[in-house]
Design a protein around this ligand. Structure first.
Ligand SMILES: [Zn+2]
Length: 322
């Protein structure tokens, strides 16, 4: 303490003034650091919590909730139309996402929603559905406090079905790393994931997100088959469905219409594998897609391609649990 402060006259009004300033400062700091959380039980009560605190008591439910009550142990995801499940552990947390919840932006101001209250969340469509059935406005999954480099990075395993009718099919799993903003769906259960998938498809098909529409898969090389024998009489037709990854790799070929002559079906199959596909897109993200290849063997040999119906979301394989 300095000698000058000792010399200062200590009148009652001066002390009151200091007290007032301190109180005002405390109030200002307090309000800047408070967060509002939705009670995950009643999903009505909004509780003021000091920033960084992850436990609170709901006055209506009269239940004290801890960090664990706000989290979900496992999240069911769709990553580029592929389903998967992960232990829900967000690293790093950022201004929009923590292990306990995510920020919503209703008209009344920012509101933290515990993950345990979320039925499903579709970041790219700004859709958040609570287990009460209510939906609440959310920002796009990025912002000034959630830039690319410090968004949660989700590590997951996805699966594809590989093969064709000439060989036994197999499931290939591969690890993926995706930022939260590119995840298609976060859901609390497999049933909620299925419901959210239908919702995602419906939203795209009704054109509610015109800035990032669906783009169809297309070929950039459509290989012609080599006829295995001369064809006399009626032309021979083979129709195949070809599924490719979001990078254009051919994953699976199904025979929709065989010719009854295996050598012609095989010639079509070899041509399909030699073709190259540009993947389709859902809301600006590359996704696996399917196309129909129609081969004809006659006086001339020909092949035509068109997107399958549906072009996307037509394989839904959960990776096997390790
Ligand atoms: Zn409550």
């Amino acid at each position: 303490m300095s000698s000058r402060s000792l010399d200062r006259p200590r009148t009652g009004s001066a002390w009151l003034l200091i007290l007032g300033v301190v109180l005002l400062a405390a109030l200002a700091t307090g309000s800047a650091r408070a967060e509002t959380w939705l009670c995950p039980i009643c999903q009505v009560e909004r509780i003021e919590v000091p920033e960084g605190e992850t436990s609170f008591t709901c006055p209506s439910c009269e239940i004290s909730l801890t960090s664990e009550d706000l989290q979900i142990p496992v999240a069911y995801l769709s990553i580029r139309t592929r389903p998967t499940q992960v232990v829900w552990d967000l690293t790093p947390e950022c201004g929009l996402f923590t292990d306990e919840g995510l920020m919503a932006t209703p008209a009344e101001g920012n509101l933290w929603i515990p993950w345990s209250a979320v039925e499903y969340y579709i970041p790219r469509m700004r859709i958040l559905r609570l287990t009460s059935g209510e939906e609440i406005a959310v920002p796009y999954a990025r912002g000034p406090t959630c830039e690319d480099d410090d968004q949660p990075l989700i590590l997951a395993t996805v699966a594809d079905s590989l093969g064709d009718w000439t060989r036994e099919g197999r499931i290939e799993t591969h690890p993926v790393e995706e930022y939260m903003k590119t995840i298609f769906i976060v859901a609390r259960s497999p049933a909620a994931l299925n419901e959210a998938r239908d919702r995602f498809i419906e939203e795209v098909e009704t054109g509610k997100h015109p800035r990032l529409p669906r783009t169809q898969p297309r070929t950039h090389r459509l290989a012609e088959p080599t006829p295995p024998a001369e064809v006399t009489g009626e032309p021979i037709e083979v129709v195949l469905q070809v599924r490719s990854s979001e990078r254009g790799r051919i994953l699976k070929v199904n025979r929709l219409k065989g010719s009854g002559r295996p050598e012609f079906d095989n010639a079509a199959l070899m041509a399909a594998y030699r073709s190259a596909i540009y993947s389709g897109g859902e809301m600006g993200a590359g996704v696996p897609g399917s196309m129909i290849f129609r081969y004809t063997f006659g006086d001339t040999v020909g092949v035509e391609a068109e997107p399958a119906d549906p072009p996307m979301w037509n394989e839904w394989i959960m990776p096997p649990l390790e």
